[in-house]
Design a protein. Structure first.
Length: 195
């Protein structure tokens, strides 16, 4: 009986000892645990057709006058610095027709994958615009704005925000996201022609 008990303890201890460490040279790494389908990473982005750096871009010159007219952004664009994006150059444009406001920010302080982090605490959907990853972002509890973040270069993204500018009847967020998508499509078409 005592021998059987010692044998069981020996087998149990043998199961707890560490095996040989895996070498990263010449062997395949262990498969990582599966992640929930709502979690994404930069690896989930489609490969960029090319880099479109934003370093020397004027955010108020991204959309042409004709594009602004077709998007009903008829007020003159206004440049400023967006401190929440690490001092990004930004430009805001308003529509006197719809009352909505569009904003373009040229973010050089981080890549678009920052929106995929759990720390961002947003709902997002990844799609493409002109072959570039585009993340439609909705912040829970904030229904009067929608953003589209476009992965244009390593460590850089174009932020397109579209919001209700204080209309007497609130604009539904789905409509704002469509507006953000239209502005983002126009902005990327323009950037690709200029860069």
């Amino acid at each position: 009986m005592r021998t059987t008990a010692l044998l069981i303890v020996a087998v149990a201890l043998a199961g707890c000892t560490a095996g040989p460490a895996h070498s990263s040279l010449g062997s395949t790494p262990p498969t990582p645990p599966s992640t929930p389908s709502t979690t994404a990473s930069h690896l989930d982005f489609p490969q960029r057709p090319r880099a479109v750096p934003l370093d020397d871009v004027d955010p108020c010159a991204v959309l042409t006058p004709d594009q602004r007219t077709s998007l009903s952004l008829d007020n003159p664009p206004s440049a400023y610095v967006e401190t929440s994006f690490g001092g990004a150059k930004a430009c805001t444009m308003r529509s006197t027709t719809s009352g909505n406001v569009a904003r373009l920010a040229l973010v050089l302080a981080s890549g678009a994958e920052v929106w995929l982090s759990e720390n961002a605490q947003v709902d997002y959907k990844v799609s493409t615009i002109e072959g570039f990853a585009a993340i439609t972002v909705r912040t829970p509890g904030i229904d009067d704005v929608c953003n589209v973040e476009i992965d244009v270069a390593d460590g850089q993204f174009l932020d397109v925000m579209f919001r209700d500018g204080g209309n007497s009847t609130a604009v539904q967020q789905d409509h704002l996201c469509l507006g953000a998508q239209r502005v983002a499509e126009a902005a990327m078409a323009s950037l690709l022609q200029k860069r």
